[in-house]
Write a protein that binds this ligand. Structure first.
Ligand code: NAD
Length: 279
């Protein structure tokens, strides 16, 4: 693949960092964008040291909830590098708890970052990619964007919306040569799991998410690096959806064809959560 210019939001940690690393190791040019600008610049410097070929990374501060700032960031990438080939709308936060535990801030911040952040990225990148007649937008959703996922209503709402947005946007942009992929990972071992409801009121889910992850994925959680490889493979093949790990497709199929079985298991998780909260 010829050298690409990529912008990765939430690129200073976890899945975003792994995506940026996978891109620089293939010789691409990467802009690591994160609300934590210091971490973005540190990450970029580290990735540049090991980058292949003429690729490399630079770090910028970007809060994806800031629409004008996202437009400026994309304009800056195009002004500096002449184009934007790949946009990874990856920044996100985890928010968990039962509906009666969640306050306005849980809802507003989760939708602002996980949904509106993606919308802002799409609005910023589409004009440049349409002008180019090429490009690819990759939106990090979640298995919670495909499955019935109680105990994290704002999160599952935001991720279902990202999947829907990605599918419809893909149809719209196909005629102009721009691809769109939604990424739906199961639980991945990243700092997000230890930082649920960041800066917001804790809930019983704040400390229970690792336990839930271990119950749902008893063989352990994959790291972000194999996910990043799967995402880049999916982009190269212009896949509409990347589900990771692949065996999670069986879970998606079960929800469709055996809904009563899936819902019985989901209801049991809610009963356990309520019991833990009460005790
Ligand atoms: P992470 O916490 O390791 O990294 C998220 C990064 O996003 C951090 O660097 C953070 O500073 C940045 N960020 C947060 N708010 C931001 C904002 N407003 N603007 C810009 N950057 C911001 O988390 P992760 O696990 O790598 O998550 C990345 C994406 O993957 C998220 O969209 C998340 O919902 C999704 N996801 C994660 C998992 C998982 O189990 N870890 C599973 C499915 C989907």
């Amino acid at each position: 693949m010829k050298q690409q210019v990529a912008l990765v939001t939430g690129g200073a940690s976890g899945i975003g960092r792994a995506l940026a690393q996978a891109l620089t190791s293939r010789g691409h040019v990467v802009v690591v964008a994160d609300v934590d600008g210091i971490a973005a610049r540190t990450t970029a410097a580290e990735l540049s040291e090991t980058a292949a070929g003429a690729g490399g990374a630079t770090g910028i501060t970007l809060d994806v909830t800031d629409r004008p700032a996202f437009r400026d960031a994309v304009d800056q990438v195009v002004a500096t590098h002449g184009r934007l080939d790949l946009l990874f709308n990856n920044a996100g936060i985890g928010v968990g708890g039962l509906v009666d535990e969640l306050d306005d801030e849980h809802w507003d911040r989760c939708l602002a970052v996980n949904l509106h952040g993606v919308v802002h990225g799409v609005q910023a990148a589409v004009p440049a990619m349409t002008r180019q007649g090429s490009g690819h937008i990759v939106n990090t959703a979640s298995m919670a964007g495909l499955m019935t996922t109680p105990m994290m209503l704002p999160y599952t709402t935001s991720k279902h919306a990202v999947v829907a947005l990605s599918r419809a946007l893909r149809s719209e942009l196909k005629p102009v040569g721009v691809g769109v992929t939604a990424v739906c990972p199961a639980f991945i071992a990243t700092p997000l799991l230890d930082n649920l409801n960041p800066g917001m009121a804790p809930t019983a889910a704040t400390s229970g998410v690792r336990q839930l992850a271990a119950t749902l994925q008893p063989r352990g959680l994959p790291g972000p690096e194999p996910l990043a490889d799967a995402v880049l493979h999916g982009v190269a093949k212009n896949k509409p959806l990347v589900v990771f790990p692949r065996e999670q497709w069986a879970v998606v199929a079960a929800q469709r064809w055996l809904p009563t079985v899936v819902h019985a298991a989901v209801d049991q998780q809610v009963r356990r959560y309520r019991a833990r909260r009460a005790g």
